[in-house]
Design a protein around this ligand. Structure first.
Ligand code: DC
Length: 216
């Protein structure tokens, strides 16, 4: 049982994916945090982010541990720092490197296999990582609402944040390797005017109806 949740920054993916995982009683995997952990480790080691094999080596070498809500790289708790401005600004550059994506894709697939399924959140989960997921969801929201949500979560100036989000979305959707793209068979939800609860219920009921159809 795999639910793939993709969409741009601030569409509500994390909040919704976490709540959905609880409601379906399956594990939750935040793949954006994995790209953030690699970015953190590459910056820590002073690796030029355009040095693809150098950054991929860091991804291979680092010991990344994810618990339900904390993230550790080489035994350091990086939960807060991976959401900070330095990592956030650099992460799209790292996420565009194919050698890094190949590395993380393997980890993501084995994580889900070991966990026996999960709600997996990212940009290329339904299109590339788990094209045969039970359900693929594409979440979006208007850019200004996405920026307002980020500001409510982590502070900052809404105009600046909106511009950063637009830049990151542009990089994420125009890169050559597995760009952010809606899969043709995904459930598309615009969360601009919807509550978290409504969206979670809608996705959970889609999963249940898919599963009851396949059990018929
Ligand atoms: O969801 P997030 O903001 O934590 O994601 C961080 C970055 O990682 C974002 O710029 C897109 C990239 N990413 C990706 O390319 N593929 C994924 N599966 C998840 C995230």
């Amino acid at each position: 049982r795999i639910v793939a949740i993709d969409g741009p920054a601030g569409a509500g993916k994390s909040t919704i994916a976490k709540a959905l995982a609880v409601s379906l009683s399956i594990p939750y995997l935040d793949t954006g945090a994995m790209y953030r952990m690699v970015t953190y480790a590459a910056l820590r080691d002073g690796i030029d982010l355009k040095n693809e094999s150098g950054v991929a080596d860091v991804a291979k070498r680092m010991n990344a541990v994810m618990s339900s809500d904390r993230f550790f790289v080489d035994d350091v708790d990086v939960t807060d720092i991976i959401r900070g401005p330095q990592v956030t600004e650099a992460v799209s550059t790292v996420a565009a490197l194919s050698a890094v994506r190949n590395e993380l894709r393997v980890s993501q697939r084995s994580w889900v296999e070991n966990a026996g399924g999960g709600v997996v959140e990212g940009r290329d989960i339904g299109t590339v990582v788990f094209p045969d997921a039970t359900l693929k969801v594409f979440l979006t929201a208007s850019p200004s609402v996405r920026a307002q949500r980020r500001v409510a979560q982590s502070g900052g100036d809404v105009v600046v944040i909106e511009e950063q989000i637009r830049q990151r979305d542009h990089l994420d959707s125009t890169r050559a390797d597995s760009p952010l793209r809606e899969s043709s068979d995904s459930l598309f939800i615009d969360t601009t005017d919807l509550s978290i609860e409504t969206v979670v219920k809608q996705i959970a009921s889609s999963v249940n109806s898919i599963e009851s159809k396949s059990n018929e």
